[in-house]
Write a protein of this length. Structure first.
Length: 265
């Protein structure tokens, strides 16, 4: 049977389940500043420019997510960093990996079952990587739910090994479809999850806002996901976002960038 509860589990449960649901985690003042920035990011073409800049030979974009005032603050939001420093998550020493911001229209397609743990080839889960999914305008069933497969982060598997299941139901899944504004879902990055499309004929019109930030425990060289990763970290340092955490935006925790298809060989 599909578990459709929205779970606000204790932090210690993260080790077992691989996710935490934090309703209303972000303050309304920060949310109110994030929403227009996300609109700007999408409507002015900045998001598309950040994607185009990942093409071979492309130049870094002129603006990255951390240049946006509230987005940069979100990446280093003190209560989030304090949560991540819990021994059940990342511990005291961890590094920022990336931030993605998007606004998806009502009726947008889903994304097949996958995980986002950056390791090529996939070989162990010795060091954790975490994604914080910020639903700044909340989440409703009509916008397309998030489904997660509790405990799947403990198995070593390729990112797309479950992609043949599309966005379909899997035994033991938990569906998260109702969240208030400013809510955050924290996932172990190796946890399998899917973004389901909105059910047809719901009449939904509200877009689905989601900003995801990722962080990794230090102790290995992590593969970056963008060729201009150094420029992103430099913006964070120039803005003084680290706030007493010198490792948070330190380049020395990353390997050189390689295109995904090259890194898979």
């Amino acid at each position: 049977m599909t578990d459709t509860r929205t779970i606000d589990a204790p932090v210690e449960q993260f080790t077992e389940d691989g996710f935490l649901v934090l309703p209303g985690f972000l303050p309304s003042g920060l949310v109110d500043r994030l929403v227009p920035e996300a609109d700007q990011w999408v409507d002015t073409g900045l998001r598309q420019a950040s994607i185009d800049a990942c093409r071979p030979g492309a130049r870094p974009p002129l603006t990255v997510e951390l240049d946006l005032e509230a987005h940069g603050e979100l990446a280093a939001y003190p209560p989030l960093l304090e949560l991540l420093s819990h021994p059940a998550l990342l511990g005291e020493s961890f590094v920022f990996h990336h931030l993605h911001s998007d606004r998806r229209p009502a009726g947008a397609p889903g994304k097949s079952w996958h995980h986002d743990y950056e390791q090529r080839p996939q070989r162990d889960r010795r060091l954790p990587m975490v994604h914080a999914l910020h639903y700044i305008r909340g989440l409703t069933p009509e916008q397309g739910p998030l489904a997660v497969l509790a405990g799947s982060h403990r198995e070593v598997a390729d990112k797309d090994v479950l992609s043949h299941r599309g966005t379909g139901t899997l035994p033991g899944e938990t569906v998260i479809d109702t969240l208030p504004p400013g809510s955050t879902v924290v996932l172990h990055s190796a946890l399998f999850h899917t973004r389901r499309p909105a059910a047809p004929d719901t009449g939904a019109t509200a877009p689905r806002y989601m900003i995801d930030g990722s962080y990794c425990r230090t102790g290995r060289l992590w593969p970056p996901v963008k060729p201009y990763w150094r420029e992103i970290l430099a913006v964070a340092r120039a803005r003084g976002l680290a706030a007493g955490r010198p490792e948070l935006f330190d380049e020395r925790h990353f390997a050189e960038y390689g295109r995904p298809e090259a890194r898979e060989r």
